[in-house]
Ligand binder design. Structure first.
Ligand SMILES: NC(=O)C1=CN([C@@H]2O[C@H](COP(=O)(O)OP(=O)(O)OC[C@H]3O[C@@H](n4cnc5c(N)ncnc54)[C@H](O)[C@@H]3O)[C@@H](O)[C@H]2O)C=CC1
Ligand SMILES: O=C(O)C(=O)Cc1ccc(O)cc1
Length: 369
């Protein structure tokens, strides 16, 4: 099935990313948001046109991309207005929206709850990207009431976004994401919160490790309060287990400190066990399927920390005829250099690196996918 007309309600990060992805596949997209500024920006970005109060005929599918607690009411309203033949949502929790929809008397035959396991730590349409879902898991949680045609339509949406579909029961979904998404979010926030007490010197020494561990802690607290509230018990169970490991590690470190070397070595085995279990856990995370946003090659360039240097670099890349697909800048405060990581099409990377070196830029030999 090809979905040709899509309505997206909630033009934030996820809604606008879905809209951009299906637009790229040729679908006609109608957008709606309770915040006129979000809607205007999504339209400006080319994600679609504003949803009129009445469509001449229903869309194939409506995608509800609003906070979890607002999903069921939006579904009820859209179904009442007959906006689409089928409906889905993208909320990070699944059991609660289904229960709410049931309570509000929504039609569950045309509704297939969904959740793309892809996102960013930034909110709003400006952070959206059409390739956000490439190769990422997309959970579908159809209830028994869902019609085959509804499942087909929502499957077609996830496929059009380039995602890998996984069908899972809503309650099992929520337990699973407590482990792989919601628990990690709180752990990241807890570590990032410690940085509030850090001295300037400590923060000046921040390297990639602390950035990796705390990246998602920059996310919108209001959105996450809604997610955690709707998945409280499973998340609490993950946090208890993590807290147990951390408390044991702290106790062992104290016990080892000041103990005789041979005793300390035995005590530190316990901490070593945790680190080894950590290695095993990381190894269990499946690689991304298909080509995701990170299938670009990265060309790293050392950039002096002085005015105009980045603009000089971008000019040089432009002169080389290469498009920058994505960009990140690693810079530790106080250091005279930063590293600009330019994501470019893999076939352009080698020539770009050579061209930049010719122009006097320092480009360490490294290219990753
Ligand atoms: N942020 C992330 O990385 C991910 C978020 N999700 C889920 O996607 C949904 C949207 O999250 P984001 O796009 O990150 O949030 P966002 O804050 O970027 O966008 C949400 C948008 O919904 C609008 N909105 C809120 N209530 C509304 C209503 N009743 N009617 C119409 N518009 C309404 C807001 O004005 C805002 O523009 C949430 O349910 C979230 O759990 C799913 C995967 C990843
Ligand atoms: O930023 C990231 O890497 C994420 O993993 C974001 C994310 C947030 C919420 C979700 O429901 C799914 C994914």
């Amino acid at each position: 099935m090809k979905i040709q007309r899509v309505v997206v309600v909630g033009t934030g990060l996820i809604g606008t990313s879905v809209a951009l992805a299906v637009r790229e596949k040729g679908a006609e997209v109608f957008l709606s948001d309770r915040d006129p500024a979000s809607l205007a920006m999504a339209v400006e970005l080319g994600a679609g046109t504003p949803l009129p109060r009445r469509l001449d005929r229903p869309a194939d599918l409506a995608v509800i991309a609003v906070p979890p607690a607002a999903v069921a009411a939006a579904l009820k309203d859209l179904q009442k207005r007959g906006v689409a033949r089928f409906y889905t949502d993208v909320a990070s929790v699944k059991a609660r929206p289904v229960l709410d929809a049931l309570k509000l008397g929504c039609d569950l035959a045309t509704y297939v709850p969904g959740h793309p396991l892809a996102g960013r730590e930034r909110s709003g349409p400006a952070a959206a990207r059409g390739d956000l879902f490439l190769g990422r898991p997309w959970a579908l949680c159809p209830t028994e009431a869902a019609s085959g045609a509804a499942i087909e339509a929502v499957t077609a949406l996830a496929e059009a976004c380039g995602a890998e579909i996984l069908t899972v029961d809503p309650v099992e979904h929520d337990r699973a994401v407590a482990l792989v998404s919601h628990g990690p979010h709180v752990v990241s926030a807890a570590m990032a919160a410690r940085l509030g007490d850090g001295t300037e010197t400590a923060l000046g020494l921040a390297g990639q490790g602390v950035r990796d561990v705390t990246r998602i802690a920059a996310s919108d607290p209001d959105l996450w309060i809604g997610i955690l509230t709707a998945n409280a018990e499973p998340v609490a169970a993950v946090l208890d287990a993590v807290a147990g490991d951390l408390a044991l590690a702290a106790a062992m470190l104290r016990a080892a400190h000041g103990a005789d070397a041979d005793v300390a070595e035995v005590i530190m085995q316990k901490v070593g066990d945790l680190l080894s279990r950590g290695n095993q856990g990381v190894a269990r995370i499946p690689g991304k399927h298909g080509g995701g946003p990170s299938h670009y090659a990265i060309v790293s360039v050392l950039v002096p920390d002085s005015p105009g240097e980045l603009s000089r670099l971008f000019h040089a890349v432009g002169e080389a005829g290469v498009n920058i697909e994505d960009l990140s800048i690693e810079h530790s405060p106080g250091l005279p250099l930063g590293v600009a990581e330019l994501s470019v099409k893999p076939e352009a990377a080698e020539a770009l690196a050579a061209e930049l070196r010719d122009r006097g830029w320092s480009v360490p030999v490294r290219s990753e996918s």
